[in-house]
Design a protein around this ligand. Sequence first.
Ligand SMILES: [Zn+2]
Length: 347
Amino acid sequence: MKDGATRADDIFLPFETPPAPGEVIEVAPGILWARMPLPVRLNHVNIWLLEEGNGWTAVDCGLDSPETRAAWEQLIAGPLRGKPVRRLVATHGHVDHVGLAGWITARFEAPFHATLAAWLWARVTYAGRDEPTSAHALEHLRIHGCDPRHIEAYARNRGPLLKLFYEPPRAHLRLKNEELIEMGGRRWKVVVADGHADEHASFVSTSGDVVIAGDQILQRISPVVGVFSGEPLADPLTDYLASLERFRGLPDDTLVLPSHGLPFRGLDVRLDQLAHHHQRRLDIVFDSLDQPRTATECAHVLFARAMAEGQWYLALAETLAHLHRLVTIGFVRREIDADGVIRFART
Ligand SMILES: [Zn+2]
């Protein structure tokens, strides 16, 4: 099949080999794809460099590690062709996307464009990076039936990426939903959506040829949609599923640029796959409630492999997201026992 062609029932990958760190691939006129390493199982994040007359707009930048800084030095010395980064645009505030934002914006005296929630998320995460795990966060795990050994491990270490933030920019230029922004000779509509991160920004070119999707729409994996202790009653899955509908109706050959995985065509097919994936998980978790169960018990059904492989923290968060959506639509209710432990039951 030729580049540009898409089977109606499949997604198509026009670039099967990603760029090495410090190198780029031009994925559309004026848009370069670079990759930054991550020190976790999901070992990379994609960033996008859009050529302006006098410099570059970068969308996301990676986290603060020696490997990411080295990759940036290589980009600056080579593919950026001596032109500076004129602005840094954030898709969202997670460390793998904007951990190095303060370093880039200081080095190039470039402004930082982000939604308010993305900027605050980065600032707050950075400010709290050395704080001990809060009693509240541990209690959240306990009331959802978490294994005490897991809670103890979490108390000691909240995760490998937390400290890989350079101090985020002190100011931001605010991205707002539906506004238009010029980048790299294209005009883009900003689509601000919740579900994976609060106020996540994606960018849809007004000509419909390219979507910079961020983590909202990924190529192979589904983005983490989870409930965490900071908003224990959140229903992010309802927000996430609603957000997918906002990307419908673009041409079949629209090139989608996700933050992880490969660029792809076949956006509507991928939106169907993601919606179906969550619907299947909603069915599984509902079926598991033959009696009232904690979210951890449900996670063992929904994410058996992840739980066995030690990915219990995200498995619990994602299970809770599915349970909370079932509560929202009236299929399930929460029951709280005398010890404060929460069980979910069919209504
Ligand atoms: Zn990400």
